[in-house]
Design a protein around this ligand. Structure first.
Ligand code: NAD
Length: 249
C-alpha cells in the first residue's frame, strides 16, 4: 500500500517542475490528486499518469480559489508550490515587481490556506506544505532581492499557521530547496547565458553555487513533499526543511 493511500491532495503549479514531480510521486503513493496550474495546456496528459483531476487555477485569483475549494471540499494535503523568481537587486525591483512577487509567492498561500483550511479542520486535520527556498531568511542569494524577501515571508506564514492550528491536527511545513532542474530554471540559465554570451558559462555559474557540484532533480524535492504529506512526518510542524545539496552550509 502507498504511503499516501486514502489521502486527497491538492497541488498548485503542478504542470511543471517540482509541482509536477510531486503530483506524480503522490499518485505512485496512492493519493487522490487534484493537480492545478495556471497553464491548463501543460496539465494535459497528467490524468493518464494517475492524477485524478487536472484543473486550471490561477492562484492569484481569489474568486477562482474559493470556487475550487467549494467544489472539491476537504483535502488531507495542500501543497502550495506556485512561485516566481524575479531576477535583480533592490535597484531593479519596481513596485509592480514587488507586488507581483509577493502576490504570487506569498498571498497565493494565504488565499489557498484561507479557502481550504476550514474543511481540513472539519475533516480532522491535514498537512499544508509551502514552497519556500534556501534564498529566504536562510541565505542571501545575489540578484534574488524580492524573491528572497517573499520566500522569507513564506517561512513566517508557515510558522504562524503551524502554531495557530497545532492542537487541531493541522501541520504546516516549508520546503527550502537549493537549485532545482525545472523549465523555469532552464529559462533562467538561458537568460544569464545571453548576458554572459555563453549558455555553458551560465550553467557553470549555477552549478558552481551548489557545493555538491550539481543541481537537484525535481523528484528529489518531491520525495520530501511525500514525506511531509504522509503520516510518518506526524510529529513535524512549523519547520523549514532545507534540501539544497549543501548550498546553505
Ligand atoms: P517552474 O517554475 O518551472 O514551473 C512553475 C509552474 O507554475 C508553471 O507550470 C506555471 O504555469 C505555474 N504558475 C505560474 N504562475 C501561476 C499562477 N499564477 N497560478 C498557478 N500556477 C502558476 O517550477 P519550479 O522551478 O519547480 O518551481 C516551483 C516552486 O519551487 C516555485 O515556488 C519556486 O520558487 C520554488 N523553487 C524552485 C527552485 C528551482 O531552482 N527550480 C528552487 C527553490 C524553490
Amino acid at each position: 500500500m502507498g504511503r499516501l493511500a486514502g489521502k486527497r491532495a491538492i497541488i498548485t503549479a503542478a504542470a511543471n517542475g517540482i509541482g509536477r514531480a510531486t503530483a506524480l510521486a503522490y499518485a505512485r503513493e496512492g493519493a487522490e490528486i487534484i493537480a492545478t496550474d495556471l497553464n491548463a495546456a501543460a496539465l494535459e496528459g497528467l490524468t493518464e499518469e494517475g492524477i485524478s483531476r487536472a484543473v486550471a487555477l490561477d492562484v492569484r485569483d481569489s474568486a477562482a480559489v474559493k470556487e475550487l475549494a467549494a467544489d472539491i471540499g476537504a483535502v488531507d494535503i495542500l501543497f502550495n508550490c506556485a512561485g516566481f523568481v524575479h531576477h535583480g537587486s533592490v535597484l531593479e525591483c519596481s513596485e509592480d515587481d514587488w507586488d507581483f512577487s509577493f502576490d504570487l509567492n506569498v498571498k497565493s498561500m494565504h488565499r489557498m490556506i484561507s479557502a481550504f483550511l476550514p474543511s481540513m479542520l472539519e475533516h480532522g486535520g491535514g498537512s499544508i506544505i509551502n514552497m519556500s527556498s534556501g534564498a529566504s531568511s536562510l541565505k542571501g542569494a545575489p540578484n534574488r532581492y524580492v524573491y528572497g524577501a517573499s520566500k522569507a515571508a513564506v517561512i513566517g506564514l508557515t510558522k504562524a499557521v503551524a502554531i495557530d492550528f497545532i492542537k487541531q491536527g493541522i501541520r504546516c511545513n516549508a520546503i527550502c530547496p537549493g537549485t532545482v532542474h525545472s523549465p523555469s530554471w532552464e529559462a533562467r540559465v538561458a537568460a544569464l547565458g545571453e548576458q554572459l554570451g555563453s549558455y555553458e558559462k551560465a550553467l557553470e555559474q549555477f552549478v558552481a553555487r551548489q557545493p555538491m557540484g550539481r543541481v537537484a532533480k525535481a523528484e528529489e524535492i518531491a520525495a520530501l513533499a511525500v514525506y511531509l504529506g504522509a503520516d510518518e512526518s506526524g510529529f513535524t510542524t512549523g519547520t523549514t526543511h532545507v534540501i539544497d545539496g549543501g548550498w546553505t552550509l
